[in-house]
Design a protein around this ligand. Sequence first.
Ligand code: TXA
Ligand code: MG
Length: 355
Amino acid sequence: MKTRYSFVDETRLREFDEVFLKAGEIIRKGGLVAFPTETVYGLGANALDKAAVKKIYVAKGRPSDNPLIVHISSLPELYGVAEDVSPLALKLIDAFLPGPLTMIFKKKPIVPRETSGGLDTVAVRFPENVVARRFIRACGVPVAAPSANTSGRPSPTSAGHVLKDLNGKIDMIIDGGSSRLGLESTIVDLSRETPTLLRPGSITVDMLKNVIGELKIDETILKKPSQDLRPLAPGMKYKHYSPLCDITIIKGDTNAAESKIKELTAEALNQGKKCGIIASDSDMGLFEGCGAAVLELGSKGQPETAAAGLFAVLRRCDDLGLDCAFIRAFPEEGVGLAVMNRLKKAAGYKIIDAE
Ligand code: TXA
Ligand code: MG
């Protein structure tokens, strides 16, 4: 790790021209730079440079068949990497970009197979975060970037998380503070006959349908993947977001869920386990004095606040050395669909019905 820079105030970006110059130079020379986006931190390399892209897979310990998202800093750059940008795509661009939406197109030959994981499609994202865009512009090339975590760990939503996972393995981290949204971008595949949602995120199903009408949903977003039911996004099949701590999701109305969590906590404590309960700000009081560490996650009824804090709280479970933690299920609507998608993976699909 050579350098880490902090941006406390985004309006003062111009004062940091030197940082971006340096970051751009590292990328053009084939190095790796972690940078903030509005979703999670990304680990960037020159998307058109096979050797640079391979370094991403090594640093993350990522399987090589898992394609990377190509990040751009202006719309014309899209046409440099993607074929067949349809009128439907233009509608989505108009409605949501720059922002937390990734679109999949047929790829141009200039995009190496190392970047596309051997596929003939390419995922493209035009982030809204100003530090991200300033960085990509300074690179002067499209930037391939997965989330900047060790493969399988919860995605990083702060520079500290990146440092914890990748210290010594990358050339630079640009610190832009905590990620505003906290969950990775919504992914829509536009290379298929019907636009298909591959990963839910802050741009919700309803928001997408309002703009494009028909939208298929990859079945594994709603059901547990299996040998017969494989996710369409290669990366969604891998173990993901997993803290070492054993997470259990509790379904059911407030009273039933509260009793169940208390019962399971008492059982775990009896077995000598170090135990945590993850609860919304207003629910934390319910669990005071029951012997578990109570960790705050968002505000009740506001799934976007849970989205923003989810990965950080999963990492905290490990930092505290917890053996197990319990958390109530979120309604799978709006952003709640994305929160539950990540949470189910983190819990290895361990869900208990309290009723
Ligand atoms: O918000 C985000 O999207 C963040 C930030 C850094 O931009 N990036 C991110 O990248 O989450 P990553 O690599 O952690 O997740 C990308 C997902 C993987 O599941 C991958 O398999 C899928 O996108 N993907 C990428 N290219 C694809 C393609 N051509 N076809 C299908 N799935 C693709
Ligand atoms: Mg990832």
